[in-house]
Design a protein around this ligand. Structure first.
Ligand code: NAI
Length: 707
């Protein structure tokens, strides 16, 4: 039974019961209607509504979202509770989210545990609340507070909800507290539908809209939520409810909501390790002590991420200046975290105390690292320069100093994880842990599985992701793994458009119009043109001679235009502000002339099409080669590591919306126009032929250790 009820004298107890989170489904809605009728029939004096198990109710059952809504609908159920002659009280523990929060708003009184979680996170799934929250919440807590909650999807604790009047009382035992409410007080409470939201001159909807546009770029739902809250101020309750329902149903069927739902469920599934390692729970224990070799840009960020997770960290650096740099980098991150209010001075001191920065000291006789501190280390992550020889030397030197059970990882962006593993006595303890900059902020963690990587080493990747709050995605070994390999295709396609007629700002604007926060050229200016330059030199010997090579970026590097850090790159930065630099267009035109290219205009649509098709094609190759386990994993990588708009559901979800047939046709057309464009991947050809979508491909075995 999704809802159960009983009474003790004149007090009714209605309990929501749909484990694990009491998701509100059809049975529960029907059960609640019956419970309202029962309480009226029994002439009860009050009904206490609570949830069994973990919480109150964590929202509507998303399994029903892909089907037409079936009556009784939640708004009708809540109207029934609100209009009942018996006053209902919500007794909240755990989560009261979305529809769960709306049920609570339909009750006359709300009592929550201080540690309950309350909110209306529908916008995160591309929706607005569909059962009255946009109309009842402003009537309860005022428009200003409601604007902070519904359009952002933010949730809050029971204690915080009490502070803004969203709940009436907090208590460790909300059911018992609900029994004790004075009957006279309870009977005098006016249901929210009979109150008015009231005019509030301090409410600034335009500012709210600007914030929503900035924080949730390109998304419809937050803006719709703001309009519905505005309606609550002017329209009658019934009109407002009608408008809310219409907007909810339209959004529910929208492509944005579908994309956001896809990415939400993909994220959930990604956190679960594959069966082969999930069964060995001890493997999934987070490390107690981590050594990070190299405290540069990545090493310091990685170290701080572990410090944040209450884990002891030792950074090993090559010399005094290196140690100094690492210490300064960590102090800078700690100061920024303090300034932003993420941590308090005590937490800052704790983090500092858990960190040691030391010099790598090779034994003068053997050349090996004999540092005693390394014997109690669970995980070593090397984050030194991107140079195979240097990394190999360090790995070989560190292995003998470690406990045989310690896992060794590399943060390499591109290098061959199998070659690195091969230099160890025990290559099975080796795994790639590819963090993204800034490592303490970016959510993605590519776990690179080498041919020898053991279940225990792979499990360490998942344990690290869990304790650091990262999104784990397993990748196979190839140049750039999943994300950087797709990025390389994007850059190659962008450079070709640049040479053939466009400018960095036109390309950046087109990609921003698609939904990215920033285009590829501005991003390169931020990360530094020297990194990509070094990578191109690494690939010189192995580059496919049939591909086009565009030398513009190389020329910029020779001019010391390394990006923002040198004051100029693809753009220049007068007074620290980004601006188009006409010199760059001159350089591009000169290079094009030298290559005998007649430049032409590219529209924003053409730019988007070429860049996206280049990425989709590379991603299809990655999937076909088994480098990525699934199309959904590629979506996670693109959304969490490369700024692909979340509301488009990720690169492959986007490709599936276009359909393989269209992707194939457009690629073929581009190849006809320009034989140097990417030939369609075999996977795209197969999908176009068979009508299969990319989402249906699953190389699950690639995720299993030693598969
Ligand atoms: P970096 O140049 O900022 O830092 C490298 C650090 O390693 C320096 O502090 C250097 O003193 C130290 N080091 C060099 N040799 C050493 C040795 N023998 N023993 C101890 N320490 C030594 O480099 P960055 O950017 O932090 O990159 C490190 C690794 O992370 C590279 O493999 C890179 O490809 C990878 N990576 C870089 C990303 C980025 O955005 N910078 C993103 C993801 C991965």
């Amino acid at each position: 039974m999704a809802v159960t009820w009983h009474n003790h004298e004149s007090c009714g107890f209605v309990v929501l019961n749909n484990p694990p989170v009491n998701a509100i489904n059809h049975n529960m809605r029907a059960g609640l209607i019956s419970a309202v009728k029962w309480a009226e029939r029994e002439k009860l004096k009050r009904v206490i509504l609570s949830g069994s198990g973990r919480g109150f109710a964590a929202g509507a059952d998303t399994k029903e979202f892909d089907h037409p809504p079936v009556s009784p609908h939640l708004p009708d159920v809540i109207n029934c509770i609100e209009a009942s002659t018996v006053p209902w009280i919500a007794a909240i523990h755990g989560a009261a989210l979305g529809g769960g929060g709306e049920l609570a708003l339909g009750c006359r009184y709300r009592i929550a545990r201080a540690d309950a979680t309350i909110g209306f996170p529908e916008v995160i799934l591309g929706l607005v609340p569909g059962a009255g929250a946009t109309q009842r919440l402003p009537r309860l807590i005022g428009l200003n507070e409601a604007l902070k909650l519904i359009p952002t999807g933010k949730t809050m604790s029971g204690r915080a909800a009490m502070a803004i009047g969203l709940v009436d009382a907090i208590d460790d035992d909300p059911i018992n507290a609900a029994k004790l409410i004075d009957q006279k007080i309870l009977s005098e409470v006016v249901p929210l539908n009979l109150t008015r939201a009231g005019a509030d001159k301090t409410v600034n909807y335009d500012v709210a809209r600007q914030i929503a546009i900035r924080r949730m770029r390109g998304q419809e739902a937050p803006l719709t939520a703001i309009s519905l809250l505005e309606t609550a101020q002017t329209a009658t309750f019934d009109d407002g409810m009608q408008k809310e329902r219409t907007a909810f149903l339209a959004l529910r069927a929208s492509s944005q909501a579908r994309a956001l739902r896809h990415i939400f469920f993909t994220e959930r599934a990604a956190k679960k390790p594959p069966k082969a390692i999930a069964t060995q729970k001890s493997n999934l224990k987070p490390p107690d002590h981590v050594v990070v070799i190299g405290g540069g840009t990545m090493g310091s960020g990685i170290a701080y991420a572990f410090l944040n997770a209450n884990i002891r960290v030792t950074i090993l650096e090559s010399d005094d200046p290196g140690m100094q740099r690492a210490n300064t980098a960590i102090d800078t991150i700690i100061s920024a975290s303090l300034a932003s209010g993420h941590i308090d001075p005590q937490a800052a001191a704790d983090r500092r105390n858990r960190l040691k920065v030391m010099m790598i000291q090779p034994d003068p006789d053997t050349g090996k690292l004999g540092n005693d501190n390394l014997t109690n280390v669970d995980l070593v992550i090397e984050a030194v320069f991107e140079d195979l020889a240097i990394k190999k030397e360090i790995l070989q030197a560190i292995e003998p100093a470690l406990n045989p059970n310690a896992i060794i990882a590399t943060n390499t962006s591109y290098l061959d994880v199998n070659k690195l593993a091969a230099c160890l006595d025990n290559p099975s303890r080796f795994v790639g842990l590819h963090f993204f900059a800034p490592a303490h902020i970016m959510k993605l963690l590519e776990i690179v599985k080498g041919s020898e990587t053991s279940p225990v080493a792979l499990a360490m990747g998942y344990a690290v992701a869990k304790s650091l709050g990262k999104m784990p995605v397993v990748a196979g070994v190839c140049d750039g793994f999943i994300g950087n390999r797709i990025l390389a295709a994007l850059r190659e396609a962008a450079d070709a458009i640049l040479m053939d007629g466009s400018t960095p700002s036109e390309i950046d604007e087109a990609i921003v119009a698609f939904g990215y926060a920033m285009g590829p050229y501005e991003t390169q200016d931020l990360s530094g043109l020297d990194i990509a330059h070094a990578n191109r030199r690494r690939l010189d010997a192995s580059r496919d001679p049939s591909r086009r090579y565009i030398p513009i970026a190389d020329y910029l590097v020779t001019q010391n235009r390394l990006g923002k850090k040198t004051g100029a790159g693809w753009y220049h930065y007068p007074n620290g502000k980004i601006a188009i630099d006409p010199k760059v267009e001159d350089i591009i035109c000169r290079e094009a002339k030298a290559a005998n290219i007649k430049r032409r205009h590219f529209s924003s649509d053409e730019i988007q099409q070429r860049l996206l098709l280049a990425m989709v094609n590379e991603a299809a190759n990655i999937l076909n080669e088994g480098i990525a386990v699934s199309a959904a994993d590629i979506d996670l990588v693109m959304v969490h590591g490369y700024g692909f708009p979340r509301w488009r559901g990720g690169l492959m979800h986007y490709a599936d919306q276009l359909g393989a047939t269209l992707v194939m046709a457009e690629l073929t057309q581009l190849c006809n126009e320009d034989p140097l464009f990417w030939q369609p991947s075999q996977l795209i050809i197969d999908c176009a032929k068979t009508g299969r979508d990319f989402a249906s491909y699953n190389n699950q075995s690639a995720k299993q250790p030693n598969a």
